[in-house]
Design a protein around this ligand. Structure first.
Ligand SMILES: [Zn+2]
Length: 173
């Protein structure tokens, strides 16, 4: 059995409990002696490398600026509150606006949608219980109504982000 890399490393680090055994093996095994001297050369070379100073501290961007308070500044809380208020107003404003822009589209009736899904579910359950292969009956999803809802949500999101930027910019000054 030759010496393992771990044994050789521990021997070099003088952190081994089997020093005598290792030395006995090294004196009788050229291969392991050669491996040991290779390792020694590598470590010697590493030690001889100059310690290079980093031109820029990598830790600095991650270190909290000491002047920053530990708690969230008050204006951030205020900003979040104002955001919520603005978003609520925007939502209320945007809903009739969206339906006025698309007058032929009614806002989705969730009750209607719910009953459609429930009905479809019942049909599927019936088909499963009678062991028939379910025939695909597409739910008449109100896709146009859904797109109207998405349109409204997208508008609110944009307003939210814009409001966020404006509020932060003003309060940072
Ligand atoms: Zn050996």
């Amino acid at each position: 059995m030759h010496l393992t890399e771990e044994q050789l490393n521990e021997y070099l680090d003088e952190a081994t409990t089997e020093r005598a055994q290792i030395e006995a093996h090294l004196s009788s095994c050229e291969e392991c002696a050669a491996r040991l001297s290779t390792l020694q050369n590598v470590f010697a070379e590493l030690d001889s490398l100059p310690e290079l100073e980093l031109t820029k501290s990598l830790a600095a961007p991650f270190t909290l600026h000491p002047s920053l308070p530990a708690q969230l500044p008050k204006f951030l809380t205020l900003t979040a509150f104002l955001q919520a208020a603005v978003a609520l107003v925007a939502l209320i404003v945007a809903v009739p606006f969206a339906s006025a822009l698309l007058p032929q589209i009614e806002l989705p009736s969730f009750t209607k949608l719910f009953f459609q899904i429930q009905t479809q579910w019942t049909v599927w359950l019936d088909q499963l219980s009678t062991f028939n292969l379910p025939t695909f009956q597409p739910i008449n999803l109100p896709t146009l109504e859904m797109s109207s809802l998405l349109f409204t949500l997208a508008g609110v999101s944009v307003l939210w982000i814009l409001g966020n930027g404006l509020l932060l910019r003003n309060q940072m000054k």
